[in-house]
Design a binder for this molecule. Structure first.
Ligand SMILES: Cc1cc2nc3c(=O)[nH]c(=O)nc-3n(C[C@H](O)[C@H](O)[C@H](O)COP(=O)(O)O)c2cc1C
Length: 166
């Protein structure tokens, strides 16, 4: 199975990157950091159609499983990933053919946050958007990182994430 991980975080060397790197190490997944792409907010007039969103999607459709990796920022996905998700609307309007190529793929979520428990409201937009886009949603794995020592536990989270790929 060909796996791609899409990281959206305000820190390219932060906690979520650490978790993502461990997942990539174990899966040989391809890694895409939204910080490396110029993707602007959704535009109803599509004047941003030449930014990096469509080239990134053209890369992502080559994979079977997409992993969205995001810290919890105010109970939600990061703004970087939310902008990417908003732009999926382009695939329902002006780039339908490319959108169709996402159908039937699967996806899952990796996340880090401070709170011990992940609120249900964090994962819901991923699941509902996946359903809308006809992606098979395989769930979300979360690790609470409150101190340096918690970083040692990321492998446990990766193990849970790997189970979802079978
Ligand atoms: C703007 C902001 C908002 C945050 N909101 C939450 C939150 O709602 N719930 C939570 O558990 N942690 C929250 N945190 C903590 C981060 O989720 C946590 O430190 C995460 O591991 C950071 O990952 P990063 O290094 O990839 O940014 C927030 C951090 C920031 C900077």
């Amino acid at each position: 199975m060909k796996i791609a991980v899409i990281l959206g975080s305000s820190r390219s060397d932060g906690n979520t990157r650490h978790l993502t790197d461990k997942f990539v190490e174990q899966t040989n997944a391809a890694f895409f950091n939204l910080a490396d792409y110029e993707i602007s907010a959704y535009d109803y007039t599509h004047e941003n159609k030449d930014d990096d969103f469509l080239p990134l999607i053209r890369e992502l459709v080559k994979f079977d499983h997409l992993v969205f990796s995001s810290p919890v920022y105010w109970y939600s996905m990061s703004a970087q990933l939310k902008t990417f998700f908003d732009r999926l609307s382009d695939l329902l309007t002006v780039n339908k053919e490319l959108g169709r190529q996402l159908k039937g793929k699967s996806c899952s979520v990796l996340s880090t946050g401070f709170d011990i428990e992940l609120r249900r409201c964090f994962a819901e937009p991923f699941e509902l958007t996946a359903n809308y886009m006809h992606l098979v949603y395989k769930g979300c794995d979360y690790i609470s990182i409150q101190s340096e020592s918690d970083l040692l536990n990321v492998n446990r989270c990766v193990t849970e994430a790997l189970k979802k790929l079978n």
